[in-house]
Design a protein around this ligand. Structure first.
Ligand SMILES: Nc1ncnc2c1ncn2[C@@H]1O[C@H](COP(=O)(O)OP(=O)(O)OP(=O)(O)O)[C@@H](O)[C@H]1O
Ligand SMILES: [Mg+2]
Length: 321
């Protein structure tokens, strides 16, 4: 444990905006604009931010389904954005993705057997019997009955489809799975089930997750380390304790304050706290962003805690504590 499986260095993904009669590129959407973080073997790394902050684009760039504008993705020391096809093939086997919306990510015209076997067929030559055996093992791992192989995605509930999506992602025995809001379309009780078996599978097979969510509450018990994303950049990186107990960036504080509270006793207190954070955010815009409205570069606070604020402000915050 503790060894890095992947390092993301200054990753940028910019989408051209075209306009006018000649359809020329007039500007870029800087969906991901200089992101740095590393994931350790077997850990869950949380990537959290509100809608449009660039989380999915980051995840897709890592699994190689989105073109990288610049930067490096180092897997076992090799920059995958420039790697040979042979190295990329290994990478594609080792790194898989689970999507939020299992209805559109699972081909509706294919039986579950073929859906789960597809990634295996891309990388291994198994006989029909061996393949069926593997698919049934995978269904068993995610707690689905073995006769599911003959059925189609629409015959299952959202939670069951998410299990199938996990079985498919695990099929190639990957080292890293990018899980893009895998539970946010599910009911609370089903969410907990899916998170539980994802955790079990992780421990059993030593898989690392990049767990993407807009809700810091969802990943609280899952993630050892977290990165908070905002406007295409990271505003804060830290261990679970640092992010939840000692958040430094106002944006992290806002996300924490917005976690839905089940605790009725503290409802008034929480509401007051939320309003205070909101006021601090609105009243001091020039503190949180540079003159162009961009997130500042990350500064080191501890060996594991980084925050995107000017150093003098960080010193003041530390003295104030
Ligand atoms: N193919 C594309 N072309 C142009 N702009 C895009 C494209 N894909 C995403 N974007 C833009 O990039 C930004 C980041 O999008 P992204 O989907 O990564 O955000 P997200 O954090 O995953 O949001 P959500 O929580 O809604 O899923 C958004 O402004 C989005 O509109
Ligand atoms: Mg997204």
């Amino acid at each position: 444990m503790g060894r890095e499986i992947i390092q993301i260095k200054d990753l940028k993904v910019h989408y051209p905006i075209r306009s006018g009669f000649w359809n020329r590129i007039t500007d870029y959407v800087r969906a991901v604009d200089g992101v740095n973080f590393s994931i350790n073997e077997g850990e869950t790394y949380g990537l959290i931010g509100e809608s449009g902050s660039g989380k999915s684009t980051t995840g897709k760039a890592i699994v190689g389904i989105e073109k990288v504008t610049s930067g490096q993705i180092l897997y076992k020391g090799v920059d995958i954005t420039k790697a040979s096809n042979r190295k990329k093939l290994n990478y594609n086997k080792d790194v898989q993705m689970i999507f939020q919306d299992s209805m559109s990510s699972l081909n509706p015209r294919k039986r579950i057997e073929d859906i789960i076997a597809e990634p295996i067929r891309n990388f291994e030559n198994l006989t029909t019997d061996e393949e069926r055996k593997r698919v049934q093992e995978l269904l068993d791992i995610v707690g689905m009955p073995s006769d599911a192989i003959y059925k189609y995605p629409h015959e299952f509930s959202g939670g069951q489809r998410q299990r199938i999506g996990v079985a498919r992602a695990v099929a190639t025995r990957p080292k890293l799975i990018v899980a893009d809001e895998p539970t946010s379309a599910l009911d609370l009780s089903v969410q907990a089930q899916v998170l539980n078996f994802m955790k079990n599978i992780q421990q059993q097979y030593g898989i690392a997750y990049l767990f993407i969510s807009h809700d810091l509450g969802v990943v609280k018990h899952m993630s050892e380390n977290l990165a908070i994303m905002h406007r295409g950049r990271l505003v804060e990186i830290g261990t679970r304790e640092e992010i939840y107990n000692n958040p430094m960036h106002i944006y992290t504080k806002r996300l924490l304050a917005s976690i839905p509270q089940v605790d009725v006793d503290h409802r008034e207190e929480n509401k007051k706290h939320r309003l205070e954070v909101e006021r601090e955010f609105l009243d001091n815009q020039s503190r949180w962003y540079d003159k162009d409205g961009r997130v500042f570069p990350l500064q080191r606070v501890t060996p594991t805690h980084y925050v995107a604020l000017p150093s003098d402000l960080i010193s003041k915050m530390e003295e104030g504590e």
